[in-house]
Design a protein around this ligand. Structure first.
Ligand SMILES: NC(=O)c1ccc[n+]([C@@H]2O[C@H](COP(=O)([O-])OP(=O)(O)OC[C@H]3O[C@@H](n4cnc5c(N)ncnc54)[C@H](OP(=O)(O)O)[C@@H]3O)[C@@H](O)[C@H]2O)c1
Length: 225
């Protein structure tokens, strides 16, 4: 378990659940409960051959874990984020960082010309054609923000037997995965970066902050004791 790339559970450590979640449950029934272990095959112990990984939105509540987890494997990690967070995302371990507001960032092209074996997609608004152009022949995109376009492209890829894949992922956390992640934290292998904290009484403000989409790391709602 601990040797697999399990950001699906980490993403659920957030107290947020916005976006078009739920859309893909029926489409990806094959993987239910959806499992990064099954989908990515990315090991966290550096025992595998080098994998080129792209994390979109490496500065967000989900992506900042994805970058760190990916770097536990034998990987070269490219990540996207806004200009203000480039150094932050590098500090998480990313080898290359693209500013998503530049033409280079929008194209997702790796500065070193690498094609991606695996993309952990943690933002919205990037068309499949952009991913496709940057994937290795058997590359796959794990889409954490699946919407209608994902459904359509997933179906088209299946029907055309495309080796490049777009796979929706809806998090269904399991206790043992959370435990594994907590252990990784205790071992100092990953960390949680907190953008801001709100007491439960100000949960609405915290929610609004989260929904703005400009947090660096997590927005936390703290339960009062
Ligand atoms: N599938 C699942 O089970 C699951 C679970 C949890 C969350 N999610 C989804 O995952 C997505 C990410 O959630 P999150 O909580 O990590 O987001 P988040 O924390 O709100 O992300 C905020 C960050 O995104 C950056 N950003 C905004 N647009 C970007 C773009 N086009 N490219 C790269 N970076 C961009 C912002 O940078 P600037 O401030 O510089 O613009 C900011 O640092 C959401 O859509 C959420 O619904 C899915």
């Amino acid at each position: 378990m601990c040797h697999t790339f399990v950001s699906r559970a980490l993403s659920e450590l957030s107290l947020r659940a916005r976006g078009p979640l739920g859309t893909m449950c029926c489409v990806n029934r094959k993987y239910r409960p959806l499992d990064f272990q099954v989908i990515t095959s990315l090991k966290l112990d550096k025992s595998e051959q080098l994998t080129n990984v792209l994390v979109t939105n490496g500065s967000g509540g989900v992506g900042h874990y994805a970058v760190q987890l990916a770097k536990l494997g034998n990987t070269h990690v490219t990540a996207t984020c806004g200009a203000r967070n480039i150094e932050f995302v590098k500090s998480l371990g990313a080898d290359e960082v693209l500013d998503y507001k530049t033409p280079e960032g929008a194209s997702l092209k790796s500065p070193s010309g690498l094609k991606y074996d695996l993309v952990i997609h943690c933002t919205v608004g990037i068309p499949w054609s952009t991913f496709k152009a940057n994937l290795t022949p058997t590359g796959k995109v794990i889409d954490l923000t699946p919407g209608g376009g994902t459904v359509l492209n997933y179906a088209v890829n299946k029907l055309t037997f495309s080796k490049k894949q777009l796979l929706p992922l809806i998090v269904v956390p399991k206790a043992e995965e959370i435990e594994c992640l907590v252990n990784l934290m205790k071992e100092g292998k990953i960390k949680t970066v907190i953008d801001s904290r709100y007491p439960l009484s100000l949960a609405e403000e915290g929610w609004a902050k989260s929904m703005e989409g400009h947090a660096t790391g997590k927005v936390v709602i703290e339960c009062e004791r």
